[in-house]
Ligand binder design. Structure first.
Ligand SMILES: Nc1ncnc2c1ncn2[C@@H]1O[C@H](COP(=O)(O)OP(=O)(O)OP(=O)(O)O)[C@@H](O)[C@H]1O
Ligand SMILES: [Mg+2]
Length: 255
């Protein structure tokens, strides 16, 4: 079966200043390989600075790897062509509300996404906007709302609407659920699982929330200082992690 996402031997280092005219290289990612099938969820866990967001940036083509390959539906992701991945891969970040323009109505914001990325006419766009709002449990009237008129949970749905309106195949959630309060998180998680069942959407879930990982991720990759320590089926890694670091991370979370 062909993979939606196939990452092979991916490396990326950054040059960091270490005083006057001196630099050191930080290996943000060091020879990372993994794959993700359609309709599945892969969790990436690891402490701060382990390379999680770097991985996300490489996946959407906004940064270029030093070595390795990223195959998306069999085609290599290339820098500068990232607009063509706008359809396939979408991002959602932790502070969804901050990434919304406070002076723009939600309907207008969604319409811009469609105008920029598709050739739909205005009627098709309006239809798609209403369909997407409905899919996320929002109402047509919400098109006329400004961001400040929504609750926190609704805003998270708006951010999801923006990510999903182009019918992507892969959604990258970079700590997008972490800051939500537990009941709200449960709501959004259920919504995500429902969408996955209906549409075959795949998720790359970047988080340190191990309970959440256990609940929703099919596979788990543990990153530590840019290296993949443990990788495999989530239940298996939870039971039989090879590395001390992974075991500690897992034990501390489920203790
Ligand atoms: N543009 C950049 N220039 C220099 N160094 C960078 C750059 N982006 C990331 N790094 C470094 O690469 C390493 C990995 O960073 P990254 O943002 O991927 O970590 P992370 O796992 O997402 O951390 P967090 O959990 O805090 O979000 C860090 O040491 C970081 O300082
Ligand atoms: Mg990060």
């Amino acid at each position: 079966m062909s993979m939606l996402l196939d990452v092979r031997h991916l490396s990326k280092s950054y040059r960091k200043s270490a005083g006057w005219f001196r630099y050191r290289h930080v290996h943000a990612l060091d020879n990372i390989s993994f794959s993700l099938q359609q309709g599945k969820t892969l969790a990436i866990v690891g402490e701060t600075g382990s390379g999680k967001s770097t991985l996300a940036k490489l996946l959407v083509g906004i940064e270029k790897p030093d070595h390795g390959h990223i195959l998306l539906d069999g085609t290599e992701v290339q820098l500068r062509h990232y607009r063509q991945y706008n359809h396939m891969v979408r991002f959602i970040f932790q502070d969804a509300s901050k990434s919304l323009n406070p002076q723009q109505k939600i309907g207008q914001m969604l319409d811009d996404v469609l105008r920029f990325n598709t050739r739909m006419d205005s009627q098709q766009r309006m239809h798609k906007i209403h369909q997407t709002l409905k899919q996320l449990g929002l109402l047509n009237e919400h098109s006329d709302y400004y961001p400040h008129m929504f609750s926190g949970g609704q805003l998270q749905r708006v951010a999801l609407a923006r990510a999903l309106i182009l019918d992507p195949k892969l959604l990258i959630l970079d700590e997008a659920l972490t800051a939500l309060d537990p009941s709200l998180r449960a709501q959004i998680v259920n919504l995500l699982l429902e969408l996955q069942q209906k549409t075959g959407l795949a998720y790359l879930l970047i988080t340190n929330h191990l309970r959440l990982v256990k609940h929703i991720a099919d596979d788990l990759l543990v990153l530590h200082q840019g290296k993949a320590l443990d990788y495999g089926n989530t239940a298996h890694v939870f039971k039989h992690a090879e590395h001390d670091y992974s075991r500690k991370l897992i034990n501390s979370a489920i203790a």
